[in-house]
Design a binder for this molecule. Structure first.
Ligand code: URA
Length: 246
């Protein structure tokens, strides 16, 4: 607990104690204490609560709360043809979050991100990094499949993006990897091509973010695998440094 909060709590306890003593002196023998809400409300996305060293009396939202809010979502037209909402998978306390674009056919059927051909390539990238799916958290900008795997429209991205941002606020990972144009542009608000952005650390809400090519792009352009591997080596290096500093 931060020192400031501890001091405030000590002051509250001390003044409550003094108040009870005063009331006893006045002859009060029984105190009826009203119920107080036991739980803090969830913090808005860019607000830090006391548990994260902030000043606000709120707590981190949980992934389950966000998932529950998305149930039966009809915020955009993608709800009409989707089979499943593809929320995200992996470790809710992951140090590394990987963000893709949108579910494809297999993801839509299984309700899990990156389980098709691009996902199998992603698994191999993770394996080469010494990681498994359960070590990281994997999600997309868009939670429902755009029909025929077309690009999501700006309206669809706008409707869904707040949920990605809440997921990132709930996990607060040490690092983020943004795969491809939609993830990079949504999180960084930078329209320049991924080819220019990749390989350079950026920041999303104070969290280091590595933009890189999407695994589906690598299936079409295998010669770019070398560049993605260079980017992933930088990610591994940062994870090692973070591990050393605790
Ligand atoms: N491509 C993505 O961006 N996300 C998936 O979940 C699958 C393919």
């Amino acid at each position: 607990m931060p020192d400031k909060t501890r001091k405030e709590l000590q002051e509250v306890v001390a003044s409550t104690h003094a108040l009870i003593q005063d009331l006893e002196t006045l002859g009060l023998r029984e105190l009826i204490v009203p119920e107080v809400p036991g739980d803090l409300p969830p913090c808005p996305v860019n607000v830090r609560g006391v548990e994260d060293g902030g000043d606000s009396l709120c707590r981190r939202e949980t992934l389950d709360e966000i998932r529950a809010e998305l149930e039966g979502c009809q915020r955009c037209t993608l709800c009409k043809e989707r089979k499943n909402i593809v929320f995200g998978v992996g470790n809710p306390h992951a140090e590394l979050v990987l963000v893709g674009e949108a579910p494809g056919r297999e993801e839509d059927i299984r309700g899990e991100p990156f389980v098709g051909e691009a996902g199998r390539l992603l698994d191999r990238i993770l394996f080469a990094m010494g990681l498994e799916r359960q070590d990281v958290y994997i999600c997309n900008v868009e939670k429902c499949r755009p029909p025929g795997n077309r690009d999501p429209s700006p309206e669809e991205v706008e409707a869904c993006e707040p949920y990605l941002k809440r997921q990132l606020a709930a996990i607060r990972p040490r690092l983020i990897v943004a795969f491809g144009r939609f993830a990079v542009q949504s999180l960084l608000r930078d329209q320049s091509p991924v080819s220019r952005q990749r390989g350079h650390w950026r920041e999303y809400e104070g969290i280091p973010l590595m933009p890189t090519y999407h695994p589906a792009y690598l299936l079409r352009n295998p010669s770019s695998k070398r560049e993605v591997w260079e980017d992933m080596k930088q990610v591994m290096q940062r994870l090692r440094e973070a591990g050393r500093s605790g």
